[in-house]
Design a protein around this ligand. Structure first.
Ligand SMILES: Nc1ncnc2c1ncn2[C@@H]1O[C@H](COP(=O)(O)OP(=O)(O)OP(=O)(O)O)[C@@H](O)[C@H]1O
Ligand SMILES: [Mg+2]
Length: 259
């Protein structure tokens, strides 16, 4: 049964989509059937794996409001073992429309129930908000990855996010766990970046991934080619970093070490 991991942080531009896309592709390349879910109306994860959000017939939105079935919307990507559950701008409407629906917090969990068994991992790329879509992702998820950018105010907003996670844990999803906090966009030349790494590791002892994602220009170029980094530049530091993250997660989840 697939492990559902939400990539979440209400702060914008911290590397959620970059992490969701490239971790999903890395797990797929390491031979694990993986589904990437785009839960952001910006649809960056969808375009990031080469799907034109303007061309799709049905999306996560149609499933959220009960007009389509997940298996009819999910598509294969060019990366073997990696499927995408695409979004488009329609998803903006779901935030409000869901509020008056039955099981408004459980729509994503209900949708995934039918497809969960087909995958080893399901990664959800969340929008930068703690709105209804993100609540749905946290209710559906087994764990969360929290990307934190190595910059000023890195910890800003983290307390609120951890509090939201605790609320969900003590209410509708008691088995939600923290897969890890992921330091992103690290630049070793900056003194500040090192200070942030230390601060986050001290403040969040025991829940920070050992893998740190370095700032790498190739990671920022890959989306415009509609490819995960591993398909765009296999030699890049970004490829190495996200493969290491995938391996760290596999080990943490009881899979044998891969070489
Ligand atoms: N390690 C990295 N090195 C260089 N650029 C990066 C890295 N990670 C992310 N970026 C770039 O930073 C920008 C923000 O990243 P990304 O879109 O992944 O953040 P996000 O948290 O999903 O944003 P949003 O909150 O808007 O959804 C993008 O242009 C992305 O290409
Ligand atoms: Mg994003």
């Amino acid at each position: 049964m697939g492990k559902i991991i939400a990539v979440v942080n209400q702060k914008g531009g911290v590397g959620k989509t970059t992490t969701a896309v490239n971790l999903a592709a890395s797990l797929a390349v390491l031979d694990h059937k993986t589904l990437l879910i785009d839960s952001d109306p910006q649809a960056n994860a969808t375009s990031g794996v080469g799907i034109d959000a303007g061309e799709i017939q049905a999306s996560v939105y149609d499933c959220m409001i009960g007009n389509a079935q997940a298996q009819d919307v999910i598509q294969h990507t060019a990366v073997p073992n990696l499927d995408i559950f695409p979004a488009n701008i329609n998803l903006v409407g779901a935030e409000v429309e869901m509020l008056s629906m039955d099981r408004k917090d459980y729509r994503m969990r209900d949708i995934l129930y039918e497809v969960k068994d087909q995958y080893d991992f399901i990664l959800i790329d969340c929008a930068p908000s703690l709105g209804q879509l993100t609540v749905n992702s946290l209710v559906a998820a087994d764990s969360v990855i929290i990307p934190v950018q190595c910059e000023y105010f890195a910890l800003e907003g983290l307390a609120k996010l951890l509090n939201t996670i605790r609320l969900i844990q003590s209410g509708i999803n008691s088995h939600l766990s923290i897969e890890g906090i992921l330091l992103t966009m690290y630049d070793s030349r900056l003194k500040l970046a090192n200070a942030v790494v230390e601060e986050v590791q001290q403040h969040c002892k025991g829940i920070v991934f050992s893998t740190i994602i370095a700032r790498n220009i190739r990671l920022s170029e890959a989306p415009s080619h509609g490819k995960p980094i591993i398909a765009y530049d296999i030699q890049s530091r970004g490829t190495v970093n996200y493969l290491n993250l995938a391996k760290e997660i596999l080990v943490n989840n009881g899979y044998e070490q891969q070489h």
